[in-house]
Design a protein around this ligand. Structure first.
Ligand code: PMV
Length: 321
């Protein structure tokens, strides 16, 4: 038996990935830029065992057979198809499948743990590429702080452009609904590419938005980052809304939270929002504005809960398996 454990945190994209260049290889059609979070995590323990006849997946103490195939394929890619079967234990401290990028932290932790349990020595970029094959956004959770993913026709590159301590930021998640999302991001991306009249333009403008965001991060220009991140988020949702059938992840509380952010901005509070494939709103602000932002979101109609976190490190192998 060989066992290893790893931990990874979710990331939130400020310049979004929405569309694939290659569905088979799960290659994104454009680059993206994200922040890796701190206090939210997924921990994965992988145990390869010659006695097992099938893989097993336990998520927060419960067997999850319907997620097993995707996990098994990821293990095959990391370790090879002739591998021993594995018992995979996943524990996390935030709701899965609700637009909080639980697949990102899960697959980032999985590739690190699986590679170590198999005694392999893969570098961080190789592991990021393997995580990205399972979930596009997972490639970014291998790295900490502000992370840029660049996409070519055949591969991805991922790097941290600013460490978590180099430009401290607080991310406040306003939870407006729990439970799984109505359409998976993979299906929704395909639907967007096939049917939205805005999809081509969205992809064409990604390099520009990415360059503006990268420069804003490197100059620590909050206003510039806020402007391009909100614009990019709303463009992605416009592509979703203009798909047929329309893909709408928001609820009325999501919109109310956007209004709360607008009111704060008018008062001069440095904050911006972003929203992914789910109804939660994520507000990003410097730490000294975080109390004001959290209080305002908590008081917004329909907000069920508030999660608050700083920026964190990339995926890490844990010493104690
Ligand atoms: O990694 P996936 O397939 O779950 O897709 C992520 C899609 C968004 O969260 C909406 C955007 C992103 O870049 O994370």
């Amino acid at each position: 038996m060989s066992t290893a454990s790893a931990i990874a945190r979710p990331n939130i994209a400020l310049i979004k990935y929405w569309g694939k260049a290659d569905v088979e290889e799960n290659l994104p059609a454009s680059g993206s830029l994200s922040v890796t979070l701190d206090t939210l995590y997924t921990q994965m323990r992988v145990q390869f065992d010659e006695e097992l006849t099938d893989d097993r997946l336990i998520v927060n103490g419960e067997a999850m057979p319907h997620m097993l195939a995707r996990v098994g394929r990821c293990l095959d890619r990391v370790v090879g198809t002739g591998r021993r079967r594995a018992r995979v234990d996943s524990t996390g401290n935030f709701p899965i499948a609700a637009g909080l990028a639980s697949s990102a932290s899960a697959f980032a932790a999985l590739v690190v743990a699986a590679s170590a349990a198999a005694g392999e020595t893969a570098d961080q970029l190789q592991l990021a590429r393997q995580a990205g094959r399972a979930s596009g956004s997972a490639a970014r959770s291998l790295y900490g702080g502000f992370v840029e993913l660049s996409a070519s026709a055949t591969s991805i590159d991922v790097r941290s452009i600013l460490g978590p301590e180099e430009w401290p930021m607080t991310v406040i998640v306003a939870v407006t609904a729990s439970g799984p999302k109505p359409v998976s991001s993979g299906d929704a991306m395909r639907q967007s590419a096939d049917t939205s009249p805005f999809y081509g333009r969205w992809i064409d403008e990604q390099d520009h938005d990415l360059a503006v965001a990268r420069e804003a991060v490197l100059k620590r220009d909050f206003r510039a980052l806020a402007a391009v991140a909100e614009h990019n988020c709303l463009k992605m949702h416009s592509v979703m809304w203009s798909s047929r059938p329309a893909i709408v992840y928001w609820n009325s509380a999501t919109v109310a939270c956007m209004e709360t952010i607008r009111v704060l901005q008018k008062k001069g509070v440095p904050v911006f929002f972003t929203i992914d494939a789910g109804p939660q709103l994520k507000a990003v602000c410097p730490p000294d504005a975080a109390d004001t932002v959290a209080d305002a979101l908590r008081a917004t109609a329909g907000v069920q809960d508030i999660l608050r976190t700083g920026l964190g490190q990339g995926a890490e192998l844990l010493a104690d398996a």
